[in-house]
Design a protein around this ligand. Structure first.
Ligand code: NAG
Ligand code: NAG
Length: 263
């Protein structure tokens, strides 16, 4: 049941993302988007295998992890990459990709479409992936987005990762606090096809670090492990399932997957 629902959803999202794509001319002055789809460094969003979760670190301060973690989790999960691609539409006029429209189908105040100019973002060189920066600019500069922590002044204050998750995926997110070892098995080790953010800290009420699951090594009978993205160091780290039981105080996952896992 889970697989079927999820598979259909992912296919629909992919089809939608692909139908919106067209390659602008190459060698324009700014070309971070689909200009060269086969070379990931030159088209971090649209090339095969893109976007990558490591792109997120380059343009976000790690103080904003509640927003970063769901974004990186989506980039780390194949079926969810289409959802990120779906959020951005570029002008298809054959000229430089200097502008992108960021589409948020869901916010508490209704759908929003926010046009972002390349020059408005802090991206400096052609090696910086533009896509996370465009999403961040859109999320932080629209007044009345209605999301706690995104105040329209370009800054990010304390917010809820489930809001960021829904903003990015347009899928309602569930928070699982104090996951039991069984929950961890279900959500992390068995649901590696879903984007999952994890919260670590001394309690579910005091999460000090939000991170993204980057890979899961399922091991229902043996010790498994998870890869997670450490924003502070900009590296992927690994944690055993027993360490996950000790450290992970909250999980953010989409509601459909959460319900399918519980069923
Ligand atoms: C661009 O340069 C500024 C100033 O040196 C720096 O603060 C910013 O982090 C850089 N942006 C990226 C994406 O590296
Ligand atoms: C939250 O956790 C941090 C790091 O462990 C700790 O320094 C801080 O005192 C805690 N805050 C509360 C309110 O418990």
């Amino acid at each position: 049941m889970f697989t079927l629902k999820f598979g259909l959803y992912a296919l629909g999202a992919l089809a939608a993302a692909q139908s919106g794509l067209a390659a602008p001319a190459e060698d324009a002055s700014v070309q971070y988007l689909p200009s060269k789809r086969d070379v990931i460094e030159e088209a971090p969003l649209y090339a095969e295998g893109g976007p990558k979760f490591t792109d997120v670190h380059k343009v976000f301060n790690f103080a904003n992890q509640w927003f970063n973690a769901p974004l990186a989790a989506c980039a780390a999960t194949k079926a969810y990459r289409a959802l990120i691609k779906d959020r951005l539409s570029v002008k298809d006029d054959g000229t430089a990709v200097g502008e992108v429209a960021v589409n948020f189908p869901w916010t508490p105040n209704g759908p929003q479409k926010i046009v972002v100019q390349h020059a408005q973002t802090p991206v400096n060189s052609t090696n910086d992936p533009w896509w996370p920066s465009a999403i961040k600019w859109a999320a932080t500069n629209r007044e009345n987005l209605g999301i706690e922590g995104l105040n329209g002044d370009g800054g990010v204050t304390e917010g809820k990762p489930e809001d960021a998750y829904r903003l990015i995926t347009n899928r309602e997110a569930a928070r699982v606090s104090n996951p039991t070892p069984d929950d961890l098995n279900k959500y992390i080790f068995w649901a590696s096809a879903a984007a999952i953010a994890i919260g670590m800290g001394d309690s579910a009420e005091n999460i000090t670090t939000w991170s993204a699951i980057t890979k899961a090594d399922p091991g229902p009978t043996e010790e498994g492990s998870i890869g997670y993205y450490d924003f502070e160091s900009g590296t992927e780290k690994t944690m055993s399932s027993s360490d996950a039981e000790k450290n992970v105080r909250a999980l953010i996952i989409d509601k459909i997957t959460a319900e399918a896992q519980v069923a």
